[in-house]
Ligand binder design. Structure first.
Ligand code: SAH
Length: 344
């Protein structure tokens, strides 16, 4: 059965045409799926019972089951564990900021990138998510809270550039004016640095923000933290960043997780400042989230501020990412992991 929620409106028109239906029906159905966020054909009350039955025989509407939600007492952050149609699970997080609600979604079940500090990659990658399954994370949270989502970051489980086509389709559909119509300016994709895909994304000329997980300023150090650095050098990565900026006019963000005694010295700050100036990137600092298996500890608040000041002294803009939901399982992949190994 075909996954109707992953079809763009034009494709839906073509499908309906092939079924001998009028093209305008596609607009109605698209609205039910992507604005009213229904999960069954029976709810599409402006379609005839006959058409609803025909659709049900041809298409499936994906849906997620909400297994768990943890709510932070500190700041209202909500962390969700969802079950996909095949029983796999993914995490999504809703963060409430002054400027609106931001949802962090997963793009894969697990991850195969192997970053040493990350919980999502510990069991490897099970599979990539369909566009509908990425949309569903936002739709479910919208329905659960009754509040509009204004920002989306693809920073949950998985490497989005390792699921390139589905992620691009998702970006197009979530910003479609016929759907939730979230501005591309408010969409962020984070990657550990898959160079060919960064270039491919640049060629699409989207208005989104690209975040690069940098975490180290030399090849040698980066290779110890992130296996992807064995495949692509920092030179190649920075060239791809410059290309992205040139093609899209969008400033990049460097994500930098500060790990005590590993990547938080003044020399590290110097190296990062050099790279960030070269490609006009903004730096987002975040004290590493401790994950039992990794043994890494976060840089202190004082040293984090010193790192930020060192970057600013070199003319680089930097922010320390406010830790949200500190009282609930914080780091990516931790909620799912705890659920999979409850004895831990
Ligand atoms: N695979 C993508 C997106 C998912 S990870 C990427 O690598 O960018 C989202 C961000 O969280 C990345 O910057 C990642 O390096 C970072 N991250 C992962 N585990 C972390 C941890 N334990 N503490 C702090 N940041 C972490």
């Amino acid at each position: 059965m075909k996954d109707i929620k992953s079809l763009k409106i034009d494709e839906l028109k073509a499908e309906l045409g092939a079924m001998g239906e009028k093209a305008f029906r596609a607009g109605q159905i698209y609205k039910w799926l992507h604005v009213k966020l229904v999960s069954s054909f029976d709810e599409m009350t402006d379609l005839s019972a006959g058409l609803r039955e025909k659709l049900g025989a041809e298409f499936v509407i994906t849906d997620l089951k909400q297994l768990e939600v943890q709510v932070s007492k500190d700041d209202g952050t909500r962390k969700y564990l969802f079950e996909l149609g095949d029983g796999n699970t993914v995490e999504s997080v809703l963060m409430r900021y002054h400027h609106g609600n931001s949802v962090c979604i997963s793009s894969q079940v697990g991850c195969r990138m192997g970053c040493r500090f990350c919980a999502s990659t510990i069991g490897g990658c099970v599979r990539s998510l369909e566009p509908s399954e990425m949309l569903d994370q936002i739709y479910k949270i919208t329905r659960d809270t009754g509040e509009r989502v204004s920002n989306v970051v693809i920073m949950g489980m998985g490497e989005p550039m390792d699921n390139f086509d589905n992620v691009c389709r998702f970006l197009s559909m979530i910003s479609d004016e016929n759907g939730l119509n979230i501005s591309q300016r408010n969409l962020t994709v984070s990657t550990c640095g898959l160079v060919p895909e960064i270039r491919k994304l640049a060629d699409l000329h989207l208005g989104i923000t690209l975040a690069i997980s940098l975490h180290a300023g030399t090849d040698e150090k980066r290779q110890r933290l992130m296996p992807i650095a064995l495949k692509y050098s920092l030179d190649e990565l920075m060239d791809a960043c410059s290309y992205y900026f040139r093609e899209t006019g969008r400033r990049l963000t460097f994500e930098y997780s500060l790990i005590a005694g590993v990547n938080d010295t003044p020399q590290d700050a110097d190296e990062i400042a050099h790279l960030a100036s070269k490609v006009h990137a903004h730096v987002n600092l975040i004290p590493v989230n401790p994950v039992t298996e990794t043994g890494f500890t976060p840089t202190s608040g004082k040293d984090t501020n010193a790192f930020k000041a060192a970057l600013e002294k070199r003319g680089v803009t930097a922010t320390v990412r406010r830790e949200m939901g500190r009282d609930i399982d914080g780091a990516c992949g931790q909620l799912r992991k705890r659920r999979m190994a409850p004895a831990e």
